[in-house]
Ligand binder design. Structure first.
Ligand code: SIN
Length: 280
């Protein structure tokens, strides 16, 4: 069986068919998927009946597991988290803001895999914004403002005890575990070359980025806000529509992503793994 890659026609994203992810992948299939992933940044695999073992095996075809802080894994697994929202849940939507997964880590995960299990009949799309395209299209005078900046990343606004998912966050079905360790900081260049393709792009955004080295907080905030608006412009976005038994893998080095709502009254459940940073 040879795989077929069908681009979304949007700013990134492609659908992959002609493959059965419930079976171990051949080396050629792994090479072909990796190549398509680097080209399209987000790949979706519809109609895959996968167990958690299959999800783990697929993830490990592309690197080690990433380290996933601030979530309890699902029972019996160390590396799978449940992205879950119950039909009657009233807590603010999880991850309804642009971000690159765990960008505050020393070696953030190269990718994320998300398997759709319970998918609502309406809403719950995931948006992806292509950060190579966002940088390529940036006007020169704007690019000059951001060139050479070193971004300071932290999980504190989300996962510190006083953060968005902290101690005041009640009634959430997801096993989020806020912690003081979220206040740690880590720097990464704002504009950097993709470690596998060498293509320059913007890495992460306001939220996990809390400032820039050598820039006062008063100056950094408007810079980050203007950048966030640019990074998430319509022309850089791919809107992913989920189906049950669909696996999606995305490249955190190339895209931002953002959850959306619109499915109140319906359950939504996906199982998530991360792929560790690329080792040469
Ligand atoms: C995530 O950011 O990991 C979750 C995205 C989603 O729920 O659509």
């Amino acid at each position: 069986m040879s795989i077929t890659i069908t681009p979304s026609g949007q700013a990134c994203g492609a659908e992959v068919t002609g493959i059965d992810l419930s079976q171990p992948l051949a080396d050629k299939q792994i090479t072909d998927i990796r190549s398509a992933w680097l080209d399209h940044h987000v790949l979706s695999f519809p109609n895959q009946t996968m167990t958690d073992d299959d999800l783990e095996r697929f993830t490990l075809s592309f690197g080690d597991f990433g380290h996933d802080p601030f979530f309890d894994p699902i029972a019996g697994r160390k590396h799978i988290a449940a992205i879950r929202r119950d039909a009657d849940e009233k807590s603010p939507l999880f991850a309804e803001n642009w971000h690159s997964d765990w960008s505050f880590q020393t070696e953030p995960p190269a990718g994320t895999c998300l398997l759709g299990i319970t998918i609502p009949p309406i809403g719950g799309d995931t948006l992806f914004a292509n950060q190579h395209a966002a940088l390529d299209a940036m006007p020169p005078e704007m690019r000059a403002r951001y060139k050479g900046l070193t971004a300071i990343h932290s999980a504190k606004m989300a996962y510190a005890p006083d953060g968005a998912y902290g101690e005041k966050d009640e009634g959430r079905s997801m096993a989020i575990r806020p912690d003081e360790s979220a206040r740690a900081t880590q720097t990464h260049p704002l504009i950097r070359e993709h470690p596998e393709t060498g293509r320059p792009g913007l890495f992460s955004c306001l939220g996990y980025i809390i400032g820039f080295e050598g820039v006062s907080p008063a100056e950094a905030l408007p810079l980050l806000q203007q950048l966030y608006v640019w990074q998430s412009r319509e022309e850089f976005i791919y809107r992913h529509k989920w189906q049950p038994d669909m696996l999606v893998m995305w490249d955190n080095r190339s895209v931002l992503h953002c959850a959306t709502g619109g499915y109140d009254g319906h359950d939504r459940l996906l199982h998530r793994t991360t792929i560790a940073a690329y080792q040469t």
